[in-house]
Design a protein around this ligand. Structure first.
Ligand SMILES: Nc1ncnc2c1ncn2[C@@H]1O[C@H](COP(=O)(O)OP(=O)(O)O)[C@@H](O)[C@H]1O
Ligand SMILES: [Mg+2]
Length: 374
């Protein structure tokens, strides 16, 4: 079943975080209505939605209610209950389907899907339990990173292991789920490609972002990524290949490592708009959120164009006060705050996008700024 969704109709979003909020804001520009399913009352997306359904994401009655009020349903996070989503596809229009969620919420399935698409990943083994890890770790060697197959984010659910004597540090991870152990990649850069595709198969990538993490949390995205042309070609080819293999509808963020020789390895996938694509709101002729809405509504996609080199910097809890105190000094900063009440340390509260003619200068300015010192 393929549908075209028009302004005036309602887009249902599962998840009320900042990604949902920015999707909603993009959709509302064109006159769509927004319904959101989210367990908390005053969520970032709930604040801008027309209809709020306050219930757990896997609440069957709430999902039915969402289906009732929505002409199309999308999601803003990947840890939705697969069975629940699958059932939803039978009673509502969910053009993205449920299969991509199933794959990307499990690192084991995700890595095999990436490999099957013909793209390279770091050497790894999948382990159901600690004994399997002990038995198979020599296939990967040291140093390596053990990651829970399910539920990790911002570096949570990971343990770096330098030698066999440290292996037991990975033991507790198995209390959560099966794990993958993957070789430590001596990357020179991390980049991401956001690829978007509609039901007609039209596929476009946003300009490649270079990602700088601090404490495993995205700190900065620099666009265009400072990589060789041949690396850029490999990155775009890989993202398009994976999108095609998965028959993507909507948005897929592909995180990659760039190696010394200019080749890439795929790190992980996110089946939704991504923090590293926020720069596109100002810096491109089409933002990741607008394109996502076009894709799920069955509209033709727009070929992305970068207006200007840009830097996106995340505003975590500890940055809110210093940003607020400085923002009047920086007319070139586009400030985004997501409407979260509690500015907890390391919680993503917002971001700043700076379009600049002098990338190096802007990057240095951010590095030297006291705002992001912590
Ligand atoms: N195999 C690896 N080798 C080196 N660094 C890694 C490796 N896997 C992850 N990292 C680092 O840890 C970060 C978080 O890991 P990732 O797998 O993206 O998990 P998540 O983003 O879900 O927390 C990566 O962005 C990268 O900086
Ligand atoms: Mg990641």
């Amino acid at each position: 079943m393929m549908k075209t969704i028009f302004p005036g109709q309602t887009i249902g979003i599962i998840g009320g975080g900042q990604l949902g909020r920015m999707m909603a804001l993009a959709a509302k520009e064109a006159g769509f209505k927004i319904a959101v399913l989210e367990p908390t009352m005053d969520s970032p997306c709930g604040q801008v939605a027309d209809i709020r359904i306050v219930a757990p994401y896997n609440d069957q009655t709430a999902l039915e209610e969402l289906a009732e009020v929505s002409d199309v349903i999308t999601f803003e996070f990947e840890n939705i209950d697969y069975e629940g989503l699958k059932q939803l596809t039978e009673i509502a229009y969910v053009p993205q389907g449920a299969e991509l969620i199933k794959i990307t919420q499990d690192r084991i399935q995700e890595k095999s899907a990436i490999s099957e698409s013909g793209c390279p990943v770091a050497n790894y083994v999948a382990c159901q339990n600690f004994n399997e890890l002990v038995k198979n770790i020599e296939k990967v060697g040291y140093p390596c990173i053990v990651k829970t197959a399910r539920g990790g984010y911002d570096g949570k659910g990971q343990q770096t292991i330098h030698s066999s004597s440290e292996l037991e540090l990975a033991g507790p991870l198995f209390e959560h789920s099966a794990c993958v152990a993957e070789a430590f990649v001596p990357f020179i850069k991390e980049v991401s490609v956001i690829v978007q595709r509609n039901k007609q198969g039209e596929t476009y990538c946003l300009p490649i972002g270079e990602n700088i993490h601090v404490n495993h949390i995205l700190h900065e995205t620099i666009v265009p990524a400072r990589i060789e042309e041949k690396t850029a070609v490999l990155a775009i080819e890989a993202a398009e290949r994976i999108a095609d293999y998965l028959q993507l509808i909507g948005t897929l963020a592909v995180e990659m490592f760039v190696l010394e020789d200019g080749t890439i390895l795929i790190n992980e996938l996110a089946p939704r708009p991504h923090n590293s694509g926020h720069y596109s709101i100002e810096a491109c002729n089409i933002s990741q959120f607008h394109q996502h809405i076009r894709a799920i509504c069955g509209w033709p996609l727009r070929k992305p164009k970068l207006w200007s080199p840009s830097v996106m910097v995340n505003i975590l809890g500890q940055h809110v006060m210093p940003v607020t105190n400085s923002l009047l000094k920086y007319p070139d900063w586009s400030i985004h705050l997501y409407g979260k009440q509690q500015a907890k340390k390391n919680r993503k509260m917002g971001h700043v996008t700076i379009m600049t003619d002098d990338l190096d200068h802007t990057i240095r300015e951010i590095e030297d700024s006291a705002i992001w010192a912590e």
